[in-house]
Design a protein around this ligand. Structure first.
Ligand SMILES: Cc1cc2nc3c(=O)[nH]c(=O)nc-3n(C[C@H](O)[C@H](O)[C@H](O)COP(=O)(O)OP(=O)(O)OC[C@H]3O[C@@H](n4cnc5c(N)ncnc54)[C@H](O)[C@@H]3O)c2cc1C
Ligand SMILES: *[C@@H]1O[C@H](CO)[C@@H](O)[C@H](O)[C@H]1NC(C)=O
Ligand SMILES: *[C@@H]1O[C@H](CO)[C@@H](O)[C@H](O)[C@H]1NC(C)=O
Ligand SMILES: *[C@@H]1O[C@H](CO)[C@@H](O)[C@H](O)[C@H]1NC(C)=O
Ligand SMILES: *[C@@H]1O[C@H](CO)[C@@H](O)[C@H](O)[C@H]1NC(C)=O
Length: 542
């Protein structure tokens, strides 16, 4: 009843305004009907029109669209643009915006930190028109050190969360992403790992409660949404079940002094052999120690011959003396010395691992800018490794690796807490038996000129790795969204079709996710290129 009334009402407004405005911009009438709908749902709510950004003012529209978009590949002129971007100032603003997008039948995308690898939070390649709700103004962080908890709104970045924890306490931390500009809203929906994952697991493993707006426009907390939906939102990726307004997180203890280091080895310095050894020990190391490997290229000798560089970038939750002992016992091949190490606070380590140029001596206030350190055009893919990759295969990898100008990989260690959490505890299934995860990145700065060259390179690298990584399914990390794995055709994509990527992201949890989706969003309102599909016939009772 209500929704058909609104549909008719919006068509009326569409007609009215397209006559009125000489059909110059379709955004205006959609925005008008939206405003009408929003105030009719909550007439005590004041909704300034300044919260709407439409393409008719291209300077303000482009600046808000670009503000947090991390992958420049999704900002080129040929990419579809939203009718408008709405930036809620309060949670009731966000709630009525979701409700009205559903009632008016206008496709919705929601953006928190804009770091989606395939632009899913602000580009709809299949369905148009669409609008964007940008959560960037909802970024309150409320830390309670007494309880060791924090409520964090979706638009806050990981860096802001870390800053406000450290500002209140030198012995609390939170185990989310390495990068400081990720949006808490999207990030935690996909699992969210960082440099404390071996000790404390994922961010999603440390969530206590959430506020979410569902497809009917209701705001629900954990009790109101129930344990099935609360399970689904902690690992299924964003944009399938509702709009997260805020997460309640469990803070974890950190020592007052931690230690960081980065040690780089080139091929000429024995990088291949050391990396082979790293694979054998890294998931079994002391859980206070996290050593990831960042793999790039550099010119190796004066004649400019290129080489592969492997940088061991580490956080140790303890002092340098104990670190030297642990390394001497478990991984002496790296040859770590005291001179390589810096003792610092947890927040100093956050800045260091995030890659701020001044490292541990960067003033933590830079985190309050909520800005990313760099932006580029990129295409990334991911793999999970369950048995060490033989040295001969690494040599073959280097040959292919150096074919791109700016090759980039990060190998992230598992083990510890990651292997103790059962696969079905959250939708994120990549747990016991995983030694490490690989991220492959092709990135470029020269605009849209020849993206296919770089995209082909990363796809070929991924093909080459097939024999050495997880199989049946070949697992992938949903927060590293990769549309090569498959895409929803329309809202009626079948479960079997969606399994091409669903089984890779969620393994045996995919069916449960589709059942929960069918129960809470049977009309598939929350939809995007890789959202969880509805199982027909399961609509009424899950
Ligand atoms: C430079 C860089 C570094 C990264 N480092 C890490 C890392 O260390 N660890 C890690 O685990 N991941 C990392 N990631 C991946 C990151 O976790 C994902 O890209 C994540 O989705 C980002 O969340 P966001 O809010 O910034 O993204 P957005 O682009 O805003 O959203 C991502 C997805 O979630 C949906 N979404 C956004 N907000 C909400 C909401 N409030 N409610 C429901 N759905 C929502 C969007 O519609 C979209 O589908 C990195 C990514 C980049 C680009
Ligand atoms: C309507 O908006 C007001 C003002 O923001 C808010 O306090 C109230 O909770 C909202 N009512 C409903 C039913 O959401
Ligand atoms: C467009 O937006 C900019 C920035 O918000 C503002 O200064 C300008 O007045 C706007 N122009 C028009 C024509 O509304
Ligand atoms: C790094 O430190 C130098 C020298 O102290 C300073 O000039 C520069 O602005 C700092 N850069 C950042 C990003 O903090
Ligand atoms: C999905 O819908 C399209 C039209 O929107 C139709 O052509 C197609 O057959 C449908 N597919 C399935 C599997 O129902």
């Amino acid at each position: 009843m209500a929704s058909s009334f609104f549909t008719i009402f919006s068509i009326f407004l569409l007609v009215l305004f397209s006559i009125d405005s000489h059909a110059s911009s379709p955004s205006i009438p959609i925005q008008q009907s939206f405003l009408q709908c929003m105030s009719s749902l909550n007439n005590t709510l004041s909704i300034p029109t300044s919260l709407f950004y439409t393409p008719d003012n291209s300077s303000s529209f482009n600046s808000i669209l670009q503000s947090s978009a991390q992958n420049l590949r999704y900002l080129v002129p040929s990419m579809p643009k939203p009718e408008f971007i709405f930036t809620p100032l309060t949670e009731p603003h966000a709630q009525v915006a979701v409700a009205c997008s559903n009632r008016l039948g206008i496709h919705l995308r929601v953006r928190s930190g804009g770091h989606d690898y395939e632009g899913a939070s602000y580009v709809s390649e299949i369905e148009s028109p669409f609008i964007v709700i940008d959560m960037a103004q909802l970024r309150a962080v409320d830390v309670n050190t007494q309880e060791s908890t924090a409520w964090v709104q979706a638009g806050a970045t990981t860096g802001e969360l870390y800053y406000w924890i450290a500002e209140k306490s030198s012995i609390h931390g939170f185990p989310a992403g390495v990068c400081s500009s990720l949006g808490i809203g999207g990030h935690i929906t996909g699992g969210a790992y960082g440099s404390m994952m071996r000790k404390y697991g994922l961010a999603a493993d440390n969530v206590l409660d959430a506020r979410i707006v569902d497809a009917q426009g209701r705001t629900l907390d954990r009790t109101a949404m129930g344990e099935d939906l609360f399970w689904a939102i902690r690992g299924a990726g964003g944009g399938s079940f509702g709009v997260i307004l805020a997460w309640k997180l469990k803070l974890v203890p950190v020592p007052e002094k931690v230690t960081v280091f980065t040690v780089t080895k080139t091929l000429e310095q024995g990088a291949t052999r050391i990396l082979y050894k790293w694979q054998q020990v890294v998931d079994k190391l002391d859980e206070d120690l996290f050593i990831r490997v960042i793999i790039k290229s550099a010119s190796g000798d004066p004649k400019g011959k290129r080489t592969v560089t492997t940088s061991y970038n580490a956080l140790f939750l303890g002092d340098v003396d104990r670190l030297i002992q642990v390394m001497g016992k478990s991984f002496p091949e790296l040859g770590l010395t005291r001179n390589d190490c810096t003792q610092t606070s947890w927040i100093g380590a956050v800045l260091y691992i995030a890659g701020f140029p001044n490292g541990t001596s960067t003033p933590p206030e830079v985190l309050l800018q909520g800005k990313s350190l760099f932006k580029n055009y990129f295409k990334a893919k991911s793999d999970f490794v369950r048995a060490p990759i033989p040295e001969a295969a690494l040599l073959g990898l280097w040959n292919r690796y150096l074919l791109d100008e700016n090759p980039y990989m990060i190998w992230t260690p598992y083990g510890g807490m990651m292997s103790r959490v059962p696969e079905s505890q959250t939708p994120f299934p990549h747990r016991s038996g995983t030694i490490f995860k690989i991220q492959y990145v092709a990135s470029w700065q020269d605009g849209d000129k020849d993206p296919s060259k770089h995209m082909d390179w990363v796809r070929k690298l991924y093909n080459y790795m097939t024999p050495y990584v997880s199989k049946s399914p070949r697992e992938a990390y949903v927060n590293y969204r990769d549309l090569d794995l498959g895409m929803n055709r329309r809202r009626n994509t079948t479960f079997a079709e969606a399994s091409s990527w669903g089984s890779k992201y969620y393994k045996g949890n995919f069916y449960r996710l589709a059942k929960i989706k069918s129960r809470f969003d049977p009309d598939n309102f929350f939809w995007h290129e890789q959202s969880i599909p509805v199982i027909p016939g399961r609509k009424k009772n899950g």
